[in-house]
Design a protein around this ligand. Structure first.
Ligand code: HEC
Ligand code: HEC
Ligand code: HEC
Ligand code: HEC
Ligand code: HEC
Length: 270
């Protein structure tokens, strides 16, 4: 079974467990913040889930940044920070792929034929289409879809509260781009977070890791099939965005799994 499916089933399992035994878990999972709104955290971690308060916490952004105009205009606040990526537990049995979802995630499949992946004649293993876990990231960071473009909104979300604009990660000055404000003057510049669909200048992704089974002297052998002891991950034998970044851990700059001076040599021997 696909690793991510397992992960999302685990998450769903944890959440439905929490719903069933809400009396017991209520205080841990549903955390009352100042104005009485419930936030669902990782049941294992509750309010300590490090994604809360990070740049990927879209239900808390407004409060933190103190900009009412953000979720008031730019994107809908679904009141649950997890659903911007994960399928909500109440939709666990829906056929999300039939609705156009990326397999295992609550986001629409970007138009994959537009991606131009890194290529070079030196690359051992060529890939044309990013894997689902990288499509997840690209569904926001390629700048083609709104940050709040989820397949399922939480049942509790009142659709009359939906916002008219669904802005994208894009530095342009127009009403579909966060760059309307995030231009380095009104607010910090978002352009650098916009990876786009041309990935030829970025680190290759979704190719098989050449260091598996000690098959290539330029690459180190991972400690386990899931990756290296320092946290760098290999997903089903492949390198993905999440090999280097962990959106669940803002401890290191840019959500890197390892400080950038040590990151490259985790895999590359030279
Ligand atoms: C920006 C996207 C994003 C958001 C928002 C997000 N997650 Fe995740 N989550 C991921 C990714 C990517 C993974 C897979 C990470 C990995 O293990 O490589 C993951 C993995 C998980 C896992 C499995 C971890 C494990 O090691 O088994 C759980 C549980 C989880 N998320 C819960 C949550 C909860 C609860 C929230 C809301 C508080 C949340 N996530 C918000 C992207 C997200
Ligand atoms: C739901 C939309 C969404 C998804 C999905 C998403 N991101 Fe992001 N990400 C954002 C936004 C918005 C920001 C903040 C941009 C800003 O501050 O200008 C961000 C910021 C980042 C940053 C920069 C953090 C910093 O401190 O400046 C990194 C790195 C990143 N994301 C990587 C990822 C990776 C890797 C994935 C997939 C596992 C992912 N993102 C999935 C929306 C998303
Ligand atoms: C009406 C203007 C406006 C719009 C539109 C807007 N923002 Fe913001 N945003 C701000 C301001 C002002 C801040 C606070 C100053 C800063 O962080 O640069 C901010 C802060 C942020 C932060 C940092 C929060 C933190 O606590 O670190 C993120 C992330 C962010 N915005 C993402 C977005 C995304 C994604 C969009 C588009 C979907 C968006 N913003 C649209 C004005 C706006
Ligand atoms: C081989 C490791 C690796 C892979 C794979 C990788 N990144 Fe990164 N990423 C980095 C490093 C290192 C940085 C910071 C240094 C830099 O600017 O390049 C970074 C920077 C970023 C930033 C922040 C840009 C900024 O300076 O604020 C975003 C957003 C991001 N990556 C998203 C992604 C996404 C999305 C993918 C998959 C399409 C991806 N990354 C794949 C290592 C990686
Ligand atoms: C998770 C393992 C991993 C990490 C971490 C990693 N790489 Fe890579 N890198 C690879 C793989 C695998 C390839 C593709 C090799 C192939 O198939 O020929 C690659 C390819 C490259 C290429 C293209 C080489 C070519 O043959 O065209 C460059 C450049 C590169 N990496 C630089 C970096 C830098 C810089 C860092 C640190 C920011 C880094 N890598 C971190 C695994 C990794």
């Amino acid at each position: 079974m696909d690793v991510l499916r397992r992960l999302s089933i685990k998450w769903r399992g944890l959440l439905s467990l929490s719903l069933l035994s809400s009396m017991v878990f209520a205080s841990l999972i549903y955390v009352d913040i100042s104005h009485g709104e419930a936030i669902i955290g990782d049941p294992a971690q509750g309010i300590n889930d490090p994604i809360l308060g990070s740049k990927h916490d879209f239900s808390g952004l407004n409060r933190r940044a103190g900009v009412v105009a953000m979720p008031g205009v730019a994107f809908s606040d679904y009141g649950n920070p997890c659903v911007y990526c994960h399928i909500p537990p109440e939709q666990a049995d829906s056929d999300s792929i039939a609705l156009g979802a990326i397999e295992g995630w609550n986001r629409y499949q970007p138009a994959t034929d537009t991606f131009q992946l890194y290529d070079s004649k030196y690359l051992d293993s060529k890939t044309r289409t990013p894997s689902p876990i990288s499509l997840l990231c690209l569904s926001c960071h390629d700048g083609t879809m709104g940050v709040d473009m989820v397949v399922f909104r939480p049942d509790q979300f009142d659709s009359t509260q939906d916002k008219a604009m669904h802005m994208r990660i894009n530095g342009e000055d127009n009403t579909v781009s966060c760059g309307k404000c995030h231009n380095g003057r009104v607010a910090h510049d978002i352009a650098i977070k916009h990876i786009g669909t041309d990935l030829r200048n970025d680190h290759p992704i979704s190719m098989r890791y050449a260091g598996l089974l000690r098959s290539d002297p330029d690459f180190r052998l991972p400690h386990t099939p899931a990756g290296f002891d320092n946290g760098v991950r290999i997903y089903e034998g492949r390198v993905e965005c999440a090999s280097c970044h962990n959106v669940h851990n803002p401890e290191k700059d840019l959500f890197l799994r390892v400080d950038s001076d040590m990151l490259c040599q985790t895999c590359h021997t030279k």
